[in-house]
Design a protein around this ligand. Structure first.
Ligand code: FES
Length: 165
């Protein structure tokens, strides 16, 4: 965590704690202000920096395990910045019949993209999805709002190149 992020996280935690004390008074102890703090951090950074968790634990006088437990319980909390681009590749039956596994293999061998993970530079995430409603034009993929049909290796390479720009 850079010094800027560290300072911003510390400031956000202090602000949220102050608001919780103003609102709840003496009841704002322990984990009570935890969710507002996590929401504020995610709003500020787009995710809850893992390095902020010890700061939160210290500020609330709770364990880091408690903080981590809440962060991981709620799927809406992210612990790393969002990828710049998410390639959703359909792996359902119709797209399997039309070669989506070949595209998935190509994305892995040519670009190191593995479903459920990010590229090494963190910019691209590959996700497997199961039917995009574009079965007749499979293999299908979705990037942002763009539905792509009949994706082949050339188109897959272009998507990756666009995402890296
Ligand atoms: S099975 Fe792939 S879009 Fe429907």
């Amino acid at each position: 965590m850079s010094a800027d992020v560290f300072n911003d996280a510390e400031r956000i935690i202090a602000e949220q704690l102050e608001q919780a004390h103003a609102f709840y008074g003496e009841d704002a102890k322990g984990a009570a202000p935890l969710l507002p703090i996590l929401h504020a951090l995610q709003h500020a950074f787009g995710y809850v920096p893992p390095q902020a968790q010890p700061l939160i634990a210290h500020a609330l006088n709770i364990s880091q395990a408690e903080v981590r437990g809440v962060v991981t319980f709620y799927h809406d909390f992210k612990t790393e910045p969002a990828a710049r681009a998410v390639i959703k590749l359909c792996r359902a039956e119709a797209c399997q019949a039309r070669g989506c596994e070949r595209i998935a293999s190509h994305l892995e061998s040519a670009h190191g993209l593995v479903a459920g993970a990010r590229s090494h530079d963190g910019r691209i995430a590959l996700e497997s999805v199961y039917c995009l409603g574009n079965c007749a034009l499979g293999p299908a993929a979705l990037v942002g709002d763009e539905l792509i049909g009949m994706i082949d290796e050339v188109r897959a390479d272009a998507l990756v190149a666009e995402a890296r720009r």
